[in-house]
Design a protein around this ligand. Structure first.
Ligand code: FMN
Length: 332
């Protein structure tokens, strides 16, 4: 990926250099904790699905237990091989991926990965994806008997050739049914619905998730995109189209998060192009309860832990006791 001016070595954005003097005059440790339905997380920084593996691969750089939660790679009932390579390409200051939701499948996750991850003390969200409504229910039912702390329904993947994916999340009736039936199957485990980014009315969809029992919504997923090799006149990804992520999608993500946060009673988790704690604070001012880091983890796997510490310092330096003092303060 070309070097992102958003992520300079010392972390300073040109116009916000003063707020980067993070090490002076710190007061008592501020409270970074957030609530996701019944869950209390120690901080608002979550690893996004698809960029943190099954939670332990990057542990040497980013201990999963130091984050608010980790969300594991999207799981299907059976293992999926995903799309052929190349599956990731740089695109301006972002990237386009068409991994195609390659994953080990539900049972391998439960047998091999979940136990060691939970042993670290991490809060774990399992991201799931199905080809039919009944897949979501079966996945949720099985996960409800496991040690996962919550389940995130991915109804919004832009690079999937399988039926479902994007269409479930954009279709009001399907979204209502998937949410309702998954909430029922999950017993008491909280359900987070990951909404599609590009729809005419994001607030209506978010309300459907809320009205059907979701504990929170997360947004946004990557955006439908295409990268072309002019010489060969072929797409740069074997799949053709893919999903755009990283800094270019942040303005859209902020807009969708702000609209949903104003309209919903349940928490909104914001993501899309968050590359440092100031980006995260913009989402919180827009009303997000918590944030997820995706592409940022691929650029620098230590980023989320750095962000936790930078957020604490920001609050202390600005005499803020907790994030609630700035959450949703956007004048809009
Ligand atoms: C390589 C890669 C794999 C991803 N896999 C998943 C996935 O399995 N499930 C899912 O819900 N989102 C997946 N996503 C989307 C991210 O979780 C996130 O919604 C999106 O990238 C926007 O956030 P970002 O700009 O911080 O990356 C993936 C993204 C990338 C870059």
């Amino acid at each position: 990926m070309p070097k992102n001016p958003h992520l300079p070595k010392n972390g300073a954005k040109p116009d916000q250099a003063q707020s980067r003097d993070l090490n002076s005059n710190l007061g008592p440790e501020p409270d970074l904790s957030v609530k996701l339905g019944p869950l209390k997380l120690k901080n608002p920084v979550l690893a996004a699905s698809g960029t943190f593996g099954y939670g332990l691969e990057l542990a040497a750089f980013c201990p999963p237990q130091d984050l608010g939660a980790v969300i594991t790679k999207g799981l299907s009932l059976k293992p999926w091989s995903g799309n052929p390579s190349p599956r990731i390409v740089e695109a301006g200051f972002g990237l386009i991926n068409a991994i195609g939701l390659e994953n080990v499948g539900l049972e391998a996750f439960l047998e091999k990965y979940l136990g060691p991850l939970k042993k670290t003390g991490a809060v774990v969200g399992a991201n799931v994806l199905g080809q039919s409504q009944s897949d979501y229910v079966a996945l949720t039912e099985r996960l409800s008997q496991s040690q996962v702390d919550f389940i995130e329904l991915n109804v919004s993947c832009p690079n999937l050739q399988h039926p479902g994916g994007l269409s479930f999340g954009s279709d009001a009736l399907s979204l209502a049914q998937i949410t309702k039936n998954s909430v029922k199957a999950a017993n008491d485990k909280p359900i987070v619905v990951k909404l599609p980014p590009l729809v005419t009315d994001i607030v209506s969809l978010a309300k459907i998730a809320q009205d059907n029992g979701a504990s929170a919504v997360s947004l946004i997923n990557s955006l439908p995109a295409l990268s072309i090799n002019l010489e060969s006149r072929q797409a740069n990804l074997a799949n053709g189209p893919g999903g755009l992520s990283g800094p270019p999608i942040k303005p859209l993500a902020l807009r969708q998060v702000a609209l949903c946060a104003q309209a919903l009673a349940i928490p909104v988790i914001g993501l899309g192009g968050i590359m440092d704690h100031l980006d995260a604070l913009e989402f919180i001012v827009a009303g997000a309860e918590a944030v997820q880091i995706g592409t940022g983890l691929l650029v620098d796997p230590t980023l989320p832990v750095q962000m936790v510490s930078d957020l604490a310092k920001y609050l202390a330096q600005n005499n803020l006791k907790n994030l609630g003092e700035i959450r949703g303060t956007l004048k809009f």
